[in-house]
Design a binder for this molecule. Structure first.
Ligand code: R5P
Length: 294
């Protein structure tokens, strides 16, 4: 029981000093709830305002992708160098140790594979996301896909509603479509539609022309996927271009885990995303870490 006698008198009331109130550091999320901001702060680095997410959810549409045959052997050693991991619940529960203690961008939908139409998605129970202690609900949105646009927008809308209820932010993922063009006109439309429907962060692809128009017209942060494996220097250039043109980070998979030295690549990408390194500096970093790892 608290002692009622002999206590030090409270006197540091800061009279005349307004209570400190900080502005949230990620664009478009100032009016989000405490839980959403708190989780976004786990994913994004407050100092740089950016994030390096490691994506390895490819298996749910592609099967055992090169580099992901044995996630325990190839991905688990990389996790400590990432800011956030993006994966499915199956891999999370079966392979990723809970002690990894990294924010999780949770593949909150399941869907059809490369063998059929892609993007015919169904939602995973929100309580599963809560049980797994996730920081982001990632939902595929197939804008422009005549068969799946409507259903995937409904998935996004439902997820944003549930995310609002439980304080978990939503990541709108613009779809990998067989017939979708990755130019600024399409990406600008797709990212904006995701944001208008309430996504807190958007994941999309970089495009060589007018990408800054995509980031500027999107009222919430954009992170870019890496896409198919490129030579390491080209992948670093892609990350640099995206950051210089307003991306808030990367959510990269194949260009990291299929690199000659995945740890070195992840560290080199971090130099660009968090420390403003040039491509030359980041590539030097890649070579240095790669040689150290030999
Ligand atoms: C695509 O929807 C998947 O979510 C992947 O996570 C995404 O494409 C990122 O991986 P990559 O950098 O290999 O394209």
């Amino acid at each position: 029981m608290a002692d009622n006698e002999g206590n030090i008198d409270a006197k540091s009331f800061g009279v005349g000093v307004p209570q400190t109130q900080e502005q949230f550091f990620l664009k478009g999320n100032e009016n989000a709830s405490y839980g959403i901001k708190s989780r976004l702060s786990q994913v994004f680095n407050k100092k740089s305002g950016h994030t390096v997410m490691l994506a390895f959810d490819h298996g749910f549409i592609m099967g055992p992708t090169s580099g992901l045959e044995r996630i325990d052997l190839t991905i688990n050693p990389l996790i400590e160098y990432s800011d956030c991991i993006m994966c499915t619940r199956g891999i999370l529960r079966s392979v990723i140790p809970p002690t990894a203690n990294k924010p999780i961008s949770f593949r909150a939908d399941g869907g059809t594979t490369i063998l059929t139409s892609l993007n015919d998605e169904t939602l995973i129970d929100i309580e599963e996301a809560v049980r797994l202690n996730v920081s982001l609900l990632a939902i595929m949105v197939a804008i422009g896909d005549p068969d799946h646009e409507g259903s995937t927008i409904r998935n996004l809308t439902k997820t944003v509603d549930l995310g609002q209820r439980y304080g978990i932010p939503t990541l709108g993922v613009t779809a990998v479509g067989k017939n979708l063009t990755r130019d600024s006109r399409y990406l600008g439309l797709a990212t904006r539609v995701c944001a208008e429907n309430g996504a807190n962060v958007i994941k999309t692809y970089y495009c060589d022309e007018k990408f800054e128009q995509v980031t500027n017209a999107c009222p919430v942060p954009i992170v870019i996927a890496g896409g198919k494996k490129l030579p390491e220097r080209d992948a670093l250039q892609l990350a640099k271009n995206a950051i210089d043109q307003g991306a808030a980070g990367v959510d990269m998979g194949r260009n990291i885990f299929q690199a000659d030295s995945p740890v070195a690549m992840l560290l080199a990408v971090r130099e660009i995303v968090h420390n403003g390194a040039t491509v030359d500096q980041a590539f030097d970093c890649y070579e240095t870490y790669k040689n150290q790892a030999k």
